[in-house]
Ligand binder design. Structure first.
Ligand SMILES: [Zn+2]
Length: 559
């Protein structure tokens, strides 16, 4: 797109300067406001960081003064600034800094990418990366250390699969870790071994990954800082105006705050602290931080991990896995440890968000939330309506699903998980349980609120993939298998809300964000196509042309 900036609104020699003058007028837009009273508009006027006008071009023109910036939107689709309600910002940055193997379609391409990195890395230094997935390789076999040894004989290499639950290591890395044919599988993990030779193949599952990864030098503070800036830069380019960071320790909280204090980042961040533990204790003790750094940083949430993931059969299910009847997954926290923390959180005005994937994890966390709400009634809470969240809420039994709406618990869901998992979820769960899996429409019909996110770097973290996934409920190649419940897909209006107004609600910010309305913060995502109208596959080709945060253009695609 040619530069949108500094195009002039209908030329006029005389401009009235008044208190009503806007700092910027955006006109000629195809604007979706997500405001039911005024769903569509042509123009927006902004003063400082807030919206002062939404309506027709001719009216917006009246707010133009000598110093007003004027942006011709050229008919582009404009939306309230998108929010990723669940991502891991340091991981996103690290994925960019390390070797990013997403979208690598063949073993050959995979090895070419690794080799490129080898040529720029001194001998002996670790090469780490993530994002590969062999599902579409021909044949769809895991890579092995033998593949890697040919191109990387002198560097230890450790490359994590896209889902984070498997990794391939080369011989140099296996050697550092002391993994041989005689090494036993650790608890909760597996060292894959060649059937004939008995030698390790280099492929490590779950806890076996730690045997190698614990030998990789930890990132320095400077590298963590760079990861944050790199991650934020990527998010802004993709059109995210806000991220809700799903968990952080104290050291990373300091890095985020320092980045704001020195003006290095502009994206809005709603940050959660991991709990139970030091970070949660400090949040409970010090209380929330609200709207710091010109409304860019809020920290009021404790993030709890409550079970594993479905792919690796760690998600806690009520009944055994259909493809491994000896296991039904596991919980990763003790209920007795969570109870006092939850009660204190209600008294201190701290929000809780809990990772729960399996139907058992979801049932027990709802039980725990419900019990805490009963023990600490509204008059004893700092915030009467606590808006606690369940992250993922992936598999629900029919009896538990309506409890979200009843308890006022928000379902924080990542549409891309459904379209990645559809290749293995039917095997893990069987046909019957799929009825309550990724059940977006059932949640909405029951009256629950869904805030949408990506869980990047587990998924790609692109708003267009999330929007497509939730309206199409098909893989990015258009595939949908048996029992995949197409009726759980949502309308485009519902999808848009999941990336705008609902995340604002989930962060107690609906008065300031989530719609394009007078008085709200001027955050807009401007796209190359009208995703409310184009055919589904074209959504995936749509890109962000401009990202506006607090009235400032923080990204513009000038191609
Ligand atoms: Zn996550």
């Amino acid at each position: 797109m040619r530069c949108l900036c500094a195009s002039l609104l209908i030329g006029s020699a005389m401009t009235v300067v008044s208190a009503e003058t806007a700092s910027t007028v955006f006109f000629n837009g195809n604007i979706y406001t997500v405001n039911e009273k005024q769903p569509r508009a042509e123009a927006i006027a902004v003063k400082a960081d807030r919206i002062v006008f939404v309506g027709p071009n001719t009216e917006a023109e009246k707010l133009r003064g000598d110093h007003t910036g004027v942006i011709d939107l050229q008919g582009r689709a404009v939306f309230p600034g998108f929010t990723d309600s669940h991502c891991h910002i340091f991981g996103i940055g690290e994925r960019e800094m390390n070797l990013n193997l997403e979208g690598v379609d063949t073993l050959k391409d995979f090895l070419v990418k690794v080799q490129e990195r080898v040529t720029t890395t001194p001998a002996g230094k670790w090469i780490t990366g993530r994002g590969w997935i062999e599902t579409f390789w021909k044949p769809p076999h895991f890579p092995t250390h033998v593949d890697l040894d040919k191109i990387a004989p002198a560097n230890p290499v450790f490359l994590i699969r896209a889902d984070g639950h498997a990794a391939v290591a080369n011989f140099a890395a296996l050697k550092i870790a002391g993994i041989t044919r005689d090494t036993a599988n650790p608890f909760g993990g597996e060292i894959l071994k060649d059937k004939t030779s008995g030698e390790p193949t280099g492929l490590l599952l779950d806890n076996a990954m730690d045997l190698v990864s614990k030998n990789i030098p930890l990132p320095t503070e400077a590298e963590r800082q760079r990861a944050l800036l790199t991650g934020v830069e990527r998010e802004i380019r993709l059109g995210w105006c806000e991220i809700q960071n799903a968990g952080s320790e104290l050291a990373d909280q300091k890095i985020i705050r320092d980045a704001f204090a020195t003006g290095k980042i502009k994206i809005r961040v709603i940050n959660a602290a991991y709990g139970p533990g030091e970070a949660a204790r400090k949040l409970l003790q010090d209380g929330p931080i609200l709207n710091a750094y010109a409304h860019r940083f809020t920290q009021r949430t404790i993030k709890v991990m409550f079970d594993g993931a479905l792919g690796s059969r760690g998600a806690a299910l009520l009944e055994p896995y259909s493809d491994k009847p000896e296991t039904s997954g596991y919980l990763t926290q003790k209920e007795s440890e969570l109870e006092p923390m939850f009660e204190q959180a209600l008294r201190r005005g701290i929000q809780v968000e809990t990772h729960a994937i399996g139907d058992r994890a979801n049932r027990i966390i709802l039980d725990l939330y419900e019990r805490a709400f009963r023990t600490v009634p509204p008059e004893q809470r700092k915030i009467r309506e606590p808006r606690w969240r369940v992250e993922h809420a992936q598999i629900l039994s029919a009896q538990d699903l309506p409890r979200f709406a009843k308890l006022g618990v928000i379902a924080s869901m990542q549409p891309s998980h459904a379209i990645s998992d559809l290749f293995f979820a039917p095997a893990r769960l069987g046909m019957e349980r799929l009825a309550g899996a990724y059940a977006w429409q059932s949640f909405l019909t029951s009256g629950a609120i869904i805030c949408g996110g990506s869980d990047a770097p587990i998924e790609r973290g692109e708003p267009m993939i999330e929007f497509y996934a939730v309206v199409a409920r098909k893989s990015i190649r258009g595939f949908s298998g048996e029992g995949w419940h197409p009726e759980q897909a949502v309308s485009r209006e519902q999808a848009l809300k999941m990336l705008t107004l609902s995340p604002a609600y989930a962060a107690f910010e609906e008065k300031d964000k989530g719609t394009i309305d007078i008085g709200k913060l001027a955050d807009f995502t401007i796209l190359s196509a009208d995703i409310m109208k184009i055919p589904e596959p074209e959504i995936l080709k749509t890109r962000c042309l401009m990202n506006v945060i607090g009235g400032e253009i923080v990204f513009e695609d000038r191609q």
